[in-house]
Design a binder for this molecule. Structure first.
Ligand SMILES: Nc1ncnc2c1ncn2[C@@H]1O[C@H](COP(=O)(O)OP(=O)(O)OP(=O)(O)O)[C@@H](O)[C@H]1O
Length: 295
């Protein structure tokens, strides 16, 4: 069960679109869908919600074809669109009431908790809301019926850092309850903190799917070290690590995993200065992804 996308292709007349995209999100898994603007994240997601007919291939949720069984799917999924289409003239509460009515929602506890958590005045007319406030209404709408599957298109866009953190906590709680979640983003940080696996899409093609944990093991640390003699600098240079920058007494060395051996090499030197920088997962992905692109 969960989410399946198989060879999904949709070419727009302008030549853009998505091409042969395949991935699965297992039940209980949180999957991050990462890519730059215009890469095809929303197009893929719209197919999963049954808003678009695939050119070829298919998308399915819990074994149901997203296009053919779209009404049934929309009932069980919590969906946050990239851009929410609000009904003119409503305030936040009226909008949520409308959706609650359409879904036959009886228990409003979760909805009230979410409104409290995201701290916004639900009675504000939507046309007067900031982008962030509208996003909060969208988040409440996606989560309030406690769906088993959540499909979230750039959920933190427009949220300030405090609210981004509240959102990340919410995802982690839902994950702990066993929810299946697909979320798109162009920010690596939130994907790293929440997701089990990440798929990277570029120009309509899925270029890599990896476990976040695996990406983390590929993370390097950059040691910026200043020693007191040229001999010491040479002993570091010849120890078999990747030296990125080299001055007579100062070296920038990339170390991946074998920190202990590097520290032992340093222990024979007089270290006058030391800075350590962890390569971000985004940098790891970029390298990975350039390598994949070159084949
Ligand atoms: N209905 C459409 N007709 C023509 N082109 C489209 C249509 N929908 C999307 N596109 C194009 O397809 C590409 C993928 O768009 P999509 O919205 O899926 O990207 P995205 O990864 O979600 O980007 P963003 O981060 O900007 O939301 C873009 O070049 C977009 O202009």
């Amino acid at each position: 069960m969960g989410i399946q996308v198989a060879h999904l292709t949709k070419a727009f007349p302008n030549g853009k679109g998505i091409f042969d995209v395949s991935f699965e999100v297992q039940e209980g898994e949180v999957f991050g869908f990462l890519g730059p603007n215009g890469a095809g994240k929303s197009t893929t997601i719209r197919h999963l919600m049954g808003f678009m007919k695939p050119g070829s291939g298919n998308a399915a949720i819990n074994g149901k074809d997203a296009w053919k069984e779209s009404p049934a799917i929309q009932k069980v999924v919590g969906y946050l669109p990239g851009e929410i289409a609000f009904v003119e003239g409503m305030n936040g509460k009226q909008f949520l009431d409308l959706l609650s009515g359409m879904r036959g929602l009886k228990d409003f506890t979760k909805r009230e908790q979410l409104i409290e958590r995201f701290q916004f005045d639900v009675k504000t007319p939507i046309r007067k809301m900031s982008k962030g406030m509208k996003q909060k209404v969208g988040i409440v709408a996606a989560f309030m019926h406690d769906p088993e599957i959540l499909i979230l298109d750039e959920p933190t866009s427009g949220l300030d850092p405090l609210m981004q953190n509240i959102f990340i906590d919410l995802i982690l709680e839902e994950k702990a309850k066993g929810k299946t979640i697909l979320m798109s983003s162009h920010m690596f940080g939130e994907i790293e903190r929440t997701c089990d696996r990440v798929g990277m899409i570029k120009e309509g093609k899925l270029v890599a799917v990896e476990k976040v944990r695996h990406m983390q093991t590929m993370q390097r640390k950059l040691f910026d070290v200043t020693v007191s003699s040229r001999e010491e600098a040479e002993s570091i240079r010849s120890a078999g690590f990747t030296v990125i920058e080299s001055e007579p007494l100062r070296l920038k060395v990339a170390v991946q995993g074998d920190y202990d051996r590097f520290i032992k090499v340093l222990s024979h030197c007089q270290v006058n200065n030391l800075d350590i920088h962890s390569q971000s997962l985004e940098e790891v992905f970029m390298h990975y992804y350039e390598r994949e692109a070159k084949g």
